[in-house]
Design a binder for this molecule. Structure first.
Ligand SMILES: [Zn+2]
Length: 316
């Protein structure tokens, strides 16, 4: 089986652990994200290390860090991995517009140039300053996944171009892709665009879909072969956990237990104990998964959601 690029080098799937976090955030310390919303600023290596230590102590394995060419900090992620032993799968690609300054290079270059900038993060190493330039400084860590993003109920023309770029990079590298959705919207349009770009949907993970816990929509996305990522647990401001649990059970009963994954998406200081908030990075493992067990989810279900499905997405 193919190995997966992580901060600890390329690893075979059986080295990723039995609890793979399909969508989370270790750092966000550049770009407008943390400027416009100070709660988004995640910048402290010691504090984030403390969070990841608790994740590991609770049985946590590899984590997909879902900041691509903005906000990302590969050097800090590498340091956390070295201190905790937890492999982190780094992203290239592009988030939604709000995380970029309006004059960002994503709006400047043609498709061939964008392919080159993205491809080299996978083949040579992640650019340590997120291509803020002018000097290119590559990490030894390579990107293992590529991000694209929808906006609320639409996909911008710039993102349509970037999806074509990601498609061309996928043809060369087979790197898996995940899509941010805004409240779960525009998922079908994103799948159409990814398919048109030549990316097989069994290498695509659609994120934050439980913000729109509409079973009909979820079953259709799963039927098309894509994976679905859920991350509202602990974030009661979105919905009670009973809703995502019912959704997960319904997906399993419909035969789509092999399509769903969990992520923490702990992208705020106020979610993290070390930054003075809660419930902490380990919540999915220490509170939510035990609840799934109490609610009747089987060992088999958990193995699919936490291990087999992420591995199949990552490796094809
Ligand atoms: Zn996220």
């Amino acid at each position: 089986m193919k190995s997966i690029e992580t901060t600890l080098g390329p690893l075979p799937a059986d080295q990723l652990g039995t609890r793979i976090n399909a969508h989370d955030h270790l750092f966000l310390d550049s770009g407008p994200g943390g400027v416009n919303v100070p709660d988004f600023l995640l910048d402290d290596v010691d504090k984030t290390t403390a969070e990841i230590r608790r994740w590991a102590a609770a049985g946590g394995g590899a984590i997909v860090d879902t900041m691509p060419t903005t906000g990302r900090n590969v050097d800090k992620c590498l340091e956390v991995s070295r201190q905790t032993g937890v492999p982190i799968i780094m992203s290239t690609g592009f988030h939604k517009g709000a995380y970029y300054w309006p004059d960002h290079w994503r709006y400047l270059y043609d498709e061939d140039e964008m392919v080159e900038l993205t491809l080299t993060e996978i083949t040579e190493g992640i650019e340590r300053t997120n291509y803020r330039g002018p000097v290119i400084k590559r990490s030894t860590v390579k990107a293992g996944v590529m991000k694209i993003a929808g906006e609320y109920n639409r996909v911008t023309d710039n993102m349509k171009k970037l999806i074509r770029v990601i498609g061309r990079v996928h043809q060369k590298t087979e790197t898996p892709v995940y899509a941010h959705t805004e409240h779960g919207t525009a998922a079908e349009e994103l799948l159409d665009l990814l398919e048109d770009a030549g990316i097989p949907l069994n290498r695509v993970l659609i994120c934050h879909l439980d913000r729109n816990p509409d079973l009909f929509v979820h079953k259709h996305i799963a039927k098309r072969g894509a994976f679905l990522e859920y991350d509202t647990p602990s974030r009661i401001k979105y919905q009670p956990e009973s809703i995502v649990i019912r959704l997960m059970r319904s997906m399993i009963e419909a035969g789509y237990g092999d399509r769903i994954m969990l992520g923490g998406d702990m992208a705020r200081r106020s979610y993290l104990k070390a930054y003075g908030g809660g419930p902490g990075f380990e919540y999915l493992l220490t509170v939510f998964t035990p609840r799934l067990v109490r609610e009747g989810f089987s060992e088999e279900d958990l193995q699919l959601i936490w291990e087999d499905n992420p591995v199949r997405w990552l490796t094809g």
